[in-house]
Design a protein around this ligand. Sequence first.
Ligand SMILES: Cc1cc2nc3c(=O)[nH]c(=O)nc-3n(C[C@H](O)[C@H](O)[C@H](O)COP(=O)(O)OP(=O)(O)OC[C@H]3O[C@@H](n4cnc5c(N)ncnc54)[C@H](O)[C@@H]3O)c2cc1C
Ligand code: HEM
Length: 383
Amino acid sequence: MVTHSRHALHQLRAAVNADPDQFSRNVYTRLFAVDPDLRDLFPATMSGQRDAFYRVIDHVLEVIPSEHGHAELIEFLAQLGRDHRKFGVLPEHYRAMYIALMGEFSALMAGFWDADTEQTVSQAMMLVTGVMRGAAETAPHPALWTAKVAEKYRISRDLAVVRLTTDAPLRFKPGQYLEVQVPQWPKAWRHLSPAIPPNPDGELEFHVRAVQGGTVSTAIVSDTRVGDVWFFAQGHGTLHVDPDRDVLMVAGGTGLAPLRALIIEMSKRSDSPRTHIFYGMRHPGELYDLAVLRRIAGTNPWLRVTAVSEETSDPWWINAVATPRDLGIEHRIGTLADVVADAGDWSEHQVLIAGSHAMIEATTRRLVVAGVRKSRIQHDPVD
Ligand SMILES: Cc1cc2nc3c(=O)[nH]c(=O)nc-3n(C[C@H](O)[C@H](O)[C@H](O)COP(=O)(O)OP(=O)(O)OC[C@H]3O[C@@H](n4cnc5c(N)ncnc54)[C@H](O)[C@@H]3O)c2cc1C
Ligand code: HEM
C-alpha cells in the first residue's frame, strides 16, 4: 500500500476513535436513511451493537494499512458475513452499508477528503462489505436450524435442563457452543453449550442457569415450554481432547455441559486418555449431574470424578437428590482453583476449563503458577 493511502487510513482511524459511539450512531442513522426497513432487523436497544460495530471497523482500519494480518482479517470478515445471515441480512443490504460508511467517513474527514483519499477508503470498505457479502452468498450450510423443545425440567430455582429435537442434525463438534435464539426473546442471540454430542437423531440437551437480571436465561428457566421452537446458528469454539496426553477437566456449574459432551463422545472410543474431572458448585447439593458422571465413570475406567464445593453442607432450601458421599464420589471442599491446584502435578496434562469468567481466570492463574504451560490450557471465550 502506498504511503499516502496508509496515511489516509491512519487519519481516518484517529477520526473514528475521537468519538466511537457517535461514529457508530451516525453510520446507523445513515443506514436507516438509505433503507428505513433495515431498522426492523435490529433489536430496540442498539448500544451493545454500536460498540461491536465500531470495534470491527477500528480493527479493519488498523489491519489494512499494516504489513501483517490480512489473511486473518479476510477469514474473520467472511465468518462475520456468514454469521450475519442469521440476523436476516441479505446480500443487497451491504450496498446500503457501504453508502452509509462512505457518507460518514467523508463527513469525518471533511477538509482532507480528496480524490485519492476517497479512492483508498472506498477500496477498503468495498473489501469489507464485499468479503462479508461474498461469504454469505457462498456459505455451504444454511444460516439457521430450528429445533423443538421435547422436554424441560427444573433442577432448582435457577437451573433447568432443556432437551430438543431437530429434523436435520445440527453441525457442531462435541465441546463447541451454539448461537441460540428462543421465542421469548426474538433477535436476542446467546451462546449455549450442548451437554451431549451431536447425534443422528438430532437430539440436543442444554443446561441453563438463570443469571441475576438475565433476560434470556431467566426466560428459558421460567417460561420455556414443550413445543417451543428455538433457532440455532453456527457452532463455535475449539475445546478438544488430544488422544495422547492425560486430561484435566475443570467444570464450574453449567460449564460442565461442553466437558460432559466431550466425555460422552470419549466414552464411545477405545483410545481415550486418562481424564480427571473436577466438578464444582457452591453447595454440594447443587452438583446436579454427579449421578451421570458416576455412571459414565462406572463403565469407563479412564475417567475419574472429584466433586468440589465451597461449602461443606447444603442450606435448608436445597433438596439434593444424592450427595457425593451417597454416590461414592470423592468430595473436596474449597474453590475449584484451590482444590485443583492442590490436588496434584498437572504440568504434563492438557487442561480444559469451563465455567464463569472468574473461575476460569483464577484456575488458569493457579495452574500456570504451578507449572502448567498456558498453551496447554483451553477454555471458551467469555461473554
Ligand atoms: C461460550 C459460552 C458458552 C455458554 N454456555 C452456556 C450454557 O451452556 N448454559 C448457560 O446457562 N449459559 C451459557 N453461557 C452464558 C449465556 O450465553 C448467557 O450469557 C447467559 O445465559 C446470560 O444471558 P441473559 O440474556 O440471561 O443475560 P443478559 O440479559 O445478557 O445480561 C443481564 C445481566 O446479567 C449479567 N450476566 C450476563 N451473563 C452472565 C453470566 N454468564 N453470569 C453472570 N452474570 C451474567 C450481565 O452482566 C447483565 O448484568 C455461555 C456463554 C458463553 C460465552
Ligand atoms: C461493514 C459491514 C458490517 C460490519 C463490520 C458489521 C458488524 C457487526 C457486528 C460486529 C455485529 C455483532 C455480531 C454479534 O453480536 O454476533 C453485527 C450485528 C448485526 N448486524 Fe452488522 N455489520 C455489517 C454490516 C451489516 C449490514 C449490511 C446489516 C444489514 C442491515 C447488518 C445488520 C446487523 C444486525 C441486524 C445485527 C444484529 C444486531 C443484534 O441483534 O444485536 N450489519 N454487525
